[in-house]
Structures are given as structure tokens and as C-alpha cells.
Design a protein around this ligand. Structure first.
Ligand code: ZN
Length: 388
């Protein structure tokens, strides 16, 4: 019997170049109006016992060729439990070998987080006591930019994810954060909700998510290069969120991402912004060190190169927010591969581990809260002084 392959569904992406029995030659479609490609998500219809050999070719031109060595593809039979497959990479071709244990196998770059699941998440959290739903605007294709507000405290916290839609671990992280914050028994969340007001945008890029993009919105724009000058024409998703932030002010912000190449969890900060402040920098480091103590899945040895003073890229959200509000702002990167310090050969980095890391991030926020509070009081006092 010959296998068949299909990706015509929410966040699907694959091009079938040829099929020969249980072997297929495939490639990845580029993001619309863009050269980026790396995300794949497709379904294989086969027979139990089929020896599948799926080769995804042309990856030398993908967005992050360094993402493929040491990477294993994700798969599921029930679309709930996602495990890793036997995967090799050589000369631009990723080859997946698997002996089929069912008739339908889903395969993806990482466990997908569909727009349907996104709506389930928004609906269930909006039902919780003390949560206000706010639609901040719409995407280019008319999808809502959903924001969940909770808490009554003076510290303004913004959490947002999936500017890069292929980084689905970012929305799994959001699911973990929202579950914790809406757990009425959780002591950390009870304190956080008294001391802080949270605005949470679990998906900044619904169009890219539904289209199966790696990195851009419906017109090929990388949203995390728009924060200095978002526009209604190219990046309404950023414009509406940044306007809402201008309305509330920001004391603490986290932008959640995935990294293709580095097999570790790490943070990137805002070194190199024009107005870089010692206290702002100290609080960022305090959060990072605290998170490292709280979670064995987080580390500070590997990460991005730190920009020199004055050389920050101000089009990115983390740097733009740190400059604009004088806040503690950061980009969290989770691996597509695994945390090689604490590897899991069956699941690799996974939805569950992303959710655990979200809980640890909230624990770290709680741990630094006294210092964050005194910094934000100081900032408010300075603003008040400037007005007078
Ligand atoms: Zn990203």
C-alpha cells in the first residue's frame, strides 16, 4: 500500500514532492511573502507496520540550518501525546524513519498549538473568577488579538507569546502560566494577583499560526522587528498591543519564544539600549539568577551574544519596552531540540516541560517581587516629580 500525506489543516505545512510506497520526499513551504521556512506539520495515512522513510529536503536554505543537527521530529498518533522520532540530518535533508504503530501519524517541528486550542484556552480562562477578557485589536486577516487581565496590584506585568508563530512551545508555556495563575489554591499566584496586575497575550500572531508559518504574519512581516514603528498596514498585531501597553505602563514584561539551534532554556535582556539603567539591569539579572536556582531546566551559560552599549536593536519588543517604560523586560527562549543538560530521549523538550518552566518563571517573579515593587514605586515617584 502507498502512504498518503496531507497538511491542509490549521497550522499545517508540507509540500509533497514524491511518494514511493512507504517512502516520501518532502519540502517545507515558505512563509507567505517571505523567505523564512522551518515549521512543518503534516499527517501520514499508512498501514500498521509500514516502515516509513520521510525525507524533508532543501533545508540548507531554511531559516536556521543549525537547528537540524541534533534535532528529532515530533509525532503523535492521538494528537495529545507527542513523542520524538528517529531522525537524522545530512546535507540539507532531514530523514525520519519510523515503523508505523497506527494508521494515522501526525508529524510536526514541535507539538503544535492550534488556533482551536487557543480559543479553548481563552474560553476556559475567561470563565475563571477575577479574569477580564479584552480584545486588543485584530490581525491583518481579522483574527482577534486576545488579552486576559487578572490581578489587582500596582505592579504592571505583561506576558506575551508567539510573535513567531512556529514557536508553539511559547503557547504551551502560556497554558502553564494561565493554569497556575487561575489556580485559587496556589499560594504564589494568590500573592502575585494581589501585588500585580497581569495582561497576558497568549498568541500575538494568529494569522501566522493558522497558516503554518515559522516567523511572520500574513504579509511576511517579522513582528519582533516592528516595535519601534508598528503600523496598521504591516503589523496591526504589534500596534494594538503596544498601544495597550502605553495605556497601562509596564514594570515587568516577558516575551516568550523558541530557539531552533541552542539546546537550552535562556533569557535575552535589554543590554545596549540608550537609557540602560543599573537598577533595571540588576533586577533582570536577579530574575535570571533566581529562575536558575528554581528550575534545573533553566541556565545562564548559553544564550545570545550581549550587545555593546548603545548597540541594541530597538525594533525588538524586549529592548523597545525596556527603553520606553524603563521596565524589566526579557525574551525567554526554549529549545526545539531539548535541554541537553537534562535530556529526555523520548519526548525531548515538550509541552509539559514548557508548562513547568512557566510555573518556575512565576515562582521567580514572586521571589523578586519585593525588589521589583520598590523599583516600580521609585519609578512612579520620579514620573510624578517630572510632572510637577
Ligand atoms: Zn522567536
Amino acid at each position: 500500500m502507498t502512504i498518503s500525506i496531507n497538511a491542509a489543516f490549521d497550522s499545517g505545512n508540507i509540500v509533497v514532492d514524491s511518494i514511493d510506497g512507504t517512502r516520501a520526499r518532502l519540502s517545507i513551504r515558505r512563509d507567505r511573502e517571505s523567505d523564512f521556512f522551518q515549521w512543518f506539520h503534516f499527517r501520514v495515512a499508512c498501514a500498521v507496520g509500514d516502515e516509513l522513510e520521510l525525507a524533508i529536503a532543501g533545508l540548507g536554505d531554511s531559516a536556521y540550518p543549525d537547528g537540524w543537527p541534533g534535532y528529532a521530529a515530533c509525532a503523535s498518533y492521538d494528537r495529545e501525546n507527542w513523542f520524538r522520532l528517529d531522525t537524522g540530518y545530512d546535507a540539507g535533508t532531514l530523514t525520519i524513519n519510523h515503523s508505523a504503530e497506527g494508521q494515522l501519524l501526525w508529524i510536526a517541528y514541535f507539538a503544535p498549538y492550534s488556533m482551536e486550542r487557543h480559543h479553548d484556552l481563552i474560553a476556559s480562562v475567561a470563565e475563571c473568577d477575577g479574569v477580564s477578557y479584552r480584545c486588543l485589536g485584530t490581525s491583518l486577516e481579522g483574527q482577534p488579538i486576545d488579552c486576559l487581565e487578572m490581578g489587582t496590584g500596582p505592579v504592571q506585568v505583561w506576558l506575551y507569546a508567539r510573535q513567531h508563530p512556529g514557536e508553539s512551545m511559547a503557547e504551551w508555556w502560556m497554558e502553564g502560566a494561565l493554569e497556575k495563575l487561575t489556580d485559587p489554591e496556589d499560594p504564589v499566584s494568590r500573592v502575585l494577583l494581589t501585588e500585580c496586575t497581569f495582561r497576558i497575550v497568549p498568541n500575538m500572531n494568529p494569522d501566522g499560526s493558522r497558516r503554518g508559518h515559522l516567523r511572520t504574519n500574513a504579509v511576511g512581516v517579522n513582528l519582533n522587528r516592528e516595535w519601534h514603528a508598528p503600523s496598521a498596514e504591516k503589523s496591526p498585531e504589534v500596534l494594538c498591543v503596544r498601544n495597550a501597553m502605553d495605556g497601562t505602563g509596564v514594570d515587568f514584561a516577558m516575551d516568550v519564544h523558541g530557539d531552533e539551534a541552542i539546546p537550552a532554556n535562556f533569557l535575552a535582556g535589554f543590554e545596549g539600549i540608550p537609557s540602560y539603567g543599573e537598577e533595571q539591569g540588576r533586577l533582570f539579572k536577579l530574575f535570571s539568577d533566581t529562575l536558575e536556582r528554581l528550575s534545573p531546566d533553566f541556565q545562564t551559560r548559553q544564550g545570545y551574544e550581549i550587545p555593546k552599549p548603545g548597540e541594541a536593536n530597538m525594533s525588538m519588543s524586549t529592548t523597545q519596552l525596556a527603553e520606553r517604560y524603563g521596565c524589566v523586560s526579557m525574551t525567554l527562549e526554549m529549545p526545539f531540540k531539548d535541554n541537553f543538560d537534562l535530556p529526555d530521549p523520548i519526548y525531548g523538550w515538550s509541552p509539559e516541560r514548557s508548562k513547568h518552566l512557566a510555573r518556575a518563571c512565576l515562582d521567580a517573579l514572586h521571589a523578586i517581587l519585593p525588589e521589583l515593587k520598590s523599583a516600580s514605586t521609585e519609578k512612579a515617584r520620579e514620573l510624578e516629580g517630572a510632572k510637577g
